[in-house]
Design a protein. Structure first.
Length: 366
């Protein structure tokens, strides 16, 4: 009797073949190979191999940009991870995590933020129980992009940093470096004083040319050097703006930096020309007015804009100083109230013996 091939041996052999062809440049042929493999697996009861092969095909659809096929396959994969009532089977947490990671990537491609907001919370409980850095990296990256679209810069920074660490853990240096770029971007948008390059994980890439450019951008940001920032961004060798995601948030970044620089320029002045401020930060006068309005509304400066004469009139004290003075006045008022209260009680205490003395005299007379 010949030796029988066990399920594990068969799975290992098929995975080896699929992994060897996964680097093929002809994606359509690779798609055919995956689809033929899945057709053959339908006759077997090897659910695990079917699932892993389906995930490979879904990732190929993502690479090919075939969103409709990707979404159909994701729905099929999700059904295998559900109970008869349609709820998620948490006992299949690892598989669910892979399915949600694919679903989130499809949402990112289609810019379906509503679906992303629906899915993302479901992944949090799963990621806390399952430590698969490959899926967690994708999910955290998707979460970062979701928060960026909502302009929640601090939350996006935290998500991207977690994605960066997980990509690094899996040895995916290419994605790790891209995430580090996004970490720096979100960090600057959040106006954070924390330098991401101070972390042990980020220092590994400090000599990489693409990361060096982002480090220089972070330094220019700390120094409020708009000219240096423009030079770094527009230098083709840095390839910063070749990333469409970074380019999407370029105007938000520049506006944040201009707000900081403008606030610093205004400090020594009581009255300053709008044209002068426009020249200093190299923007049109209308843009300066827009920036000044935001600073005033955010109570970063106490000033008023004279649109007729095109001047900014700054109050004698900054908003922060005015707040400090107001707090000091409140403190003094509180002390005075306490002082008057104590004096009132002392007077009452002094009147008590006098009343007792009068009462004794009246008693004697009677």
């Amino acid at each position: 009797m010949g030796d029988q091939v066990t399920r594990n041996d068969a799975s290992e052999a098929i995975n080896t073949v699929l992994d060897s062809v996964s680097s093929a440049s002809d994606l359509s042929k690779l798609e055919t190979i995956y689809e033929l493999t899945l057709d053959a697996l339908k006759a077997t009861a090897n659910q695990r191999l079917w699932f892993s092969t389906s995930v490979k095909l879904a990732k190929l659809y993502l690479e090919m940009g075939d969103v409709s096929k990707l979404q159909r396959l994701v729905r099929t994969l999700h059904k295998t991870c559900q109970k008869p009532d349609g709820s998620d089977d948490v006992s299949k947490g690892s598989q669910l995590l892979e399915v949600y990671a694919l679903d989130l990537q499809a949402c990112a491609v289609t810019k379906n933020s509503l679906r992303m907001k629906e899915i993302y919370p479901k992944t949090i409980n799963l990621t806390s129980a399952i430590a698969d850095p490959r899926s967690i990296a994708v999910i955290r990256e998707s979460g970062g992009k979701m928060y960026m679209s909502e302009k929640k810069w601090e939350a996006a920074y935290n998500e991207f940093f977690e994605a960066f660490k997980n990509y690094q853990e899996t040895g995916n240096a290419t994605r790790a470096k891209i995430m580090l770029k996004y970490v720096v971007l979100a960090n600057m948008l959040a106006l954070s004083s924390i330098n991401p390059f101070d972390s042990r994980e980020a220092k590994v890439y400090q000599d990489d040319p693409a990361i060096t450019a982002m480090a220089s951008l972070r330094t220019a940001y700390e120094q409020n050097d708009i000219q240096a920032i423009n030079s770094i961004l527009t230098n083709p060798s840095n390839q910063i703006l070749s990333d469409s995601f970074i380019k999407t948030y370029l105007q938000d970044l520049l506006r944040n930096i201009r707000l900081q620089v403008l606030q610093n320029i205004i400090q020594p002045y009581h009255c300053v020309s709008l044209d002068f401020l426009a020249r200093e930060i190299n923007v049109a006068r209308d843009e300066v007015v827009s920036l000044l309005v935001q600073l005033i509304l955010d109570e970063k400066i106490a000033a008023r804009i004279d649109g007729t004469e095109n001047f900014l009139h700054v109050d004698s004290g900054s908003t922060d100083q005015a707040k400090r003075l107001a707090n000091i006045r409140k403190w003094i008022d509180s002390i005075e109230r306490i002082h008057h209260g104590l004096l009132g009680k002392l007077n009452q205490m002094q009147q008590v013996p006098e009343l007792l003395s009068c009462a004794d005299e009246c008693t004697d007379e009677c």
